[in-house]
Write a protein that binds this ligand. Structure first.
Ligand code: PMV
Length: 323
């Protein structure tokens, strides 16, 4: 048995759309920050039984269930690489701070790729692990690494992987994950991005602007310029969400509270604090700010929205083997 722990990440320049659905190749590079507050621990054991004799088994949230298609995709690749035809037993647990609203497939597939490949006797490099995790979920390719990470879109299976930009992070960047809604999302990211690719006339402009934002984001990270990282991140997030609003038929991941918080963030900025908002395929915003401003920002959030819950996250580490 091998057990791995992987942390989730927040994209600052987002991945939104696949050039190749079968190979999971994105249209543009993305840049993220791995977070320290939400992680998945997954153990994998290959038994003596063959896959013909016994199907894989998956223990999650206290019960046995069939592995998902995405999990099977990753396990099949591991077996092919290792020349192994054994049944896998997977046990997985998500560690979420009280109502974090941070659920993500990124940590889950980075942990599965790492534990599964090691249990099969493979000793993969972080590049190979990133490629493997990508087949479970695009954002998982980045959770293999800690700190700031860039996923190179590439053009084929072997050229699409994440690389470290900066780890450890020597400046006090913080991400405040806010929870406005913990219900499962109605439009999963895979369906949402595909709809945007096919039905938004703005989609080509998204690829162009996201690609153009990469060099400024890399520079802001290299300079430790938290304000600039936030500014570029907020603009990029809104440009991603513009592809959903401009699709036909249109849709949005925003909830009324999301806009309310965005307005609040803009007000907080007028008071001289640096605070920017990003959000993924769901209504829960994440605020990018400096550690010394967390108390002032959360006090203002609490005054305006007394029921709002949040988790303060700092840069998190790369995937680790823990057993
Ligand atoms: O990795 P997926 O398939 O869950 O897609 C992630 C998409 C976003 O979270 C919206 C953006 C990103 O780059 O993480």
């Amino acid at each position: 048995m091998t057990k791995a722990r992987a942390y989730t990440n927040i994209a600052l320049i987002k991945y939104w759309g696949k050039r190749s659905i079968t190979e999971m190749i994105p249209y543009n590079n993305s840049i993220s920050l791995t977070l320290d507050q939400f992680y998945t621990e997954t153990s994998v054991t290959f038994t003596e039984a063959t896959t013909q004799q016994k199907p894989d088994q998956f223990y999650f949230q206290g019960q046995w269930q069939a592995p998902t298609n995405k999990m099977t995709r990753v396990l099949t690749r591991i077996r092919q690489m290792a020349g192994l035809n054994r049944q896998a037993i997977i046990k997985s647990e998500n560690f979420v701070p009280t109502s974090a609203g941070l659920a993500s497939s990124a940590s889950a597939f980075a942990a599965l790729a790492t534990a599964g490949s090691r249990a099969a006797g493979l000793n993969l490099s972080s590049r190979e692990l990133s490629i493997l995790a990508r087949h479970g979920s695009g954002s998982a390719s980045r959770s293999v690494l800690g700190g700031f990470v860039e996923w190179q879109a590439g053009t084929d299976d072997q050229s699409s992987y994440a690389q470290s930009l900066l780890d450890p992070v020597p400046f006090p960047i913080v991400v405040i994950a806010l929870v406005v809604n913990t219900a499962p999302k109605k439009i999963l990211s895979t369906a949402g991005m595909q709809h945007s690719v096919e039905h938004s006339p703005f989609y080509p402009a998204w690829v162009k602007t996201a690609t153009a934002a990469l060099a400024p984001m890399r520079a802001a990270i290299a300079q430790g310029d938290i304000e600039q990282i936030g500014k570029l991140g907020e603009t990029n997030a809104m440009q991603m969400h513009a592809t959903t609003l401009s699709a036909n038929p249109p849709f949005t991941y925003f909830a009324p509270e999301t806009l309310q918080i965005w307005q609040l963030v803009q007000e907080i900025r007028t008071k001289g604090l640096s605070c920017y908002l990003t959000l993924d395929a769901g209504p829960n915003p994440k605020l990018i700010c400096a550690k010394q401003d967390v108390a002032s920002i959360t006090t203002q959030l609490h005054q305006a929205l007394p029921k709002l819950a949040w988790t303060v996250c700092q840069p998190g580490p790369a995937v680790q083997i823990i057993d």
